[in-house]
Design a protein around this ligand. Structure first.
Ligand code: EPZ
Length: 424
């Protein structure tokens, strides 16, 4: 078994550099499949979800040259298979982008159903609706999604029933190589959607409006290879360090981020009593008092991101009165509150609302990383607590945060990585 042991309490101080965005990279890697040639990608995060994606691409026939841990050239000229097994795809969520990426290039595609963090029901009906509207046949059977088409996909109008990151991305991928114009309405606007559109446009796609409610895609017959594309910095990793700085009453300069993407988090941090200074591509966060208890409601971008609520909850856990979080995206994203209660927090979570009666301090306890962001919250909790907090199930954390121990240790934390013999 692998675990982290966080030695607390610790005040974070110093500088940290943000890596490339996981949720952009996991769409851009499969997007390279739209090109029968090479794509050179920079600022790719070195995380286990990306390693899992590279394995899938290689199983399809991609040749990947690793220039450094954050830079690779993917050559898809020889890709001959459009079949990815459930065993590979079920390891993470973003494997569903293979569908959108392969549907234009192959008449028949078979992709295992995706896995990912357990946050409640994670349907893919909107993805399927988009593929069908574009003219593909789609069948879900025996753990796989099968798509087929007898002629090129045709431009159409798609109105999404829910604002969904994944289905917006998948519809963009599928409509890029098609005939005619596709209009996507009620789409997600997250920074990673804009990054995917920028990447595709840089190779000859015609996508307009990414980052707004309506995206228009004029289909093209092929894309050209890409000499170099650098993935945007990770909004959620940035937010995680911003909150960690504030929760530990520290002072941290977060480098290589996009302050504009951080606005909903910055605004809440200021409301909670932190000082946030923005520079061109850096943000400094400091805090020297007990957090003011605030109310948070998660919303699609540009609202407060659901992927930041477990980490931000530490400010409410340690808040001066009572604060609330309303989760509007995922139906069960409060499992981590039981773990914080083991550490002395006073949180009641029912359905999609959690009430945080602020406590003055936390004390170490054995806790579990229920999912990726809950795991990040456990690290922050460990940094705020007295004693040694043991975090199990850390594979969730390693899926999405590059060199997380190294980055926290550079800020003064002491975190041990322990692998016990039953793993050997
Ligand atoms: C993406 O998941 C992210 N994952 C998630 O981040 C993030 O929490 C989520 O967007 C919301 O921001 C990746 O980008 C790989 P959605 P996704 O489709 O695309 C409903 C992390 O920690 N819905 O935007 O799967 C769905 O149930 C992860 O990095 C449908 O009803 O999320 C949810 O309530 C965790 N039908 C809402 O839409 C569908 O077909 C938003 O989901 C699709 C979604």
């Amino acid at each position: 078994m692998e675990k982290f042991v966080v030695h607390g309490p610790c005040r974070l101080e110093g500088e940290v550099t943000i890596s490339g965005a996981k949720n952009a990279a996991v769409a851009i890697l499969p997007a390279t499949l739209l090109v029968k040639g090479k794509c050179h990608l920079e600022n790719v995060p070195d995380i286990s979800d990306i390693r899992a994606y590279c394995k899938i691409l290689e199983s399809l026939g991609s040749k990947i040259e690793y220039i450094s841990k954050n830079e690779m050239i993917i050559d898809n000229s020889e890709v001959s298979s459009a079949i990815a097994s459930y065993e590979l795809t079920s390891k993470f969520r973003a494997s569903y982008y293979l569908l959108g990426a392969l549907i234009g290039r192959f008449d028949k595609v078979q992709i295992g159903l995706p896995g990912g963090c357990k946050l409640g029901a994670r349907p893919i009906d909107q993805h399927i609706k988009a593929f069908k509207k574009l003219g593909a046949k789609v069948i879900v059977r025996n753990g796989n999604v099968y798509t087929s088409k007898t002629e090129p996909l045709k431009g159409t109008n798609i109105f999404f029933d829910v604002v969904s990151v994944g289905s917006t991305m998948n519809a963009i991928l599928a409509a890029t190589i098609s005939e005619g114009t596709t209009t996507l309405e009620n789409v997600a606007k997250e920074p990673h959607i804009v990054d995917l559109a920028n990447f595709l446009n840089s190779m000859g796609a015609k996508i307009k409006g990414a980052g707004t409610d309506t995206i228009k895609i004029t289909g093209v017959s092929e894309l050209h290879q890409k000499s170099s594309y650098s993935i945007i910095p990770d909004q959620i990793e940035t937010g995680t360090f911003m909150v960690a700085a504030a929760a530990t009453k520290g002072n941290v300069l977060i480098k290589n981020c996009i302050p504009k993407h951080m606005e909903p988090i910055t605004a809440k941090l200021i409301e909670a009593g932190a000082t946030v200074e923005e520079f061109e591509s850096d943000i400094r966060v400091s805090m020297d008092k007990r957090p003011t208890s605030v109310s948070v409601k998660t919303m699609p971008y540009p609202g407060f991101p659901t992927d930041m609520q477990p980490q931000f909850s530490l400010l409410l856990t340690l808040g001066d009165t009572t604060g609330t979080i309303i989760e509007t995206i995922w139906e069960s994203r409060f499992q981590y509150t039981d773990e914080l209660n083991k550490m002395g927090a006073d949180i009641s979570a029912h359905g999609t609302t959690a009430v945080f009666r602020g406590v003055e301090s936390l004390s170490a306890a054995p806790v579990k990383a229920h999912d990726l962001r809950a795991g990040a919250a456990m690290i922050i909790a460990g940094l705020c607590a007295d004693g040694q907090t043991e975090i199990s199930d850390i594979h969730h954390i390693l899926r999405g945060y590059e060199n997380i121990i190294g980055k926290f240790e550079k800020l003064g934390a002491k975190i041990d990585y322990i692998k016990t013999e039953d793993d050997e």
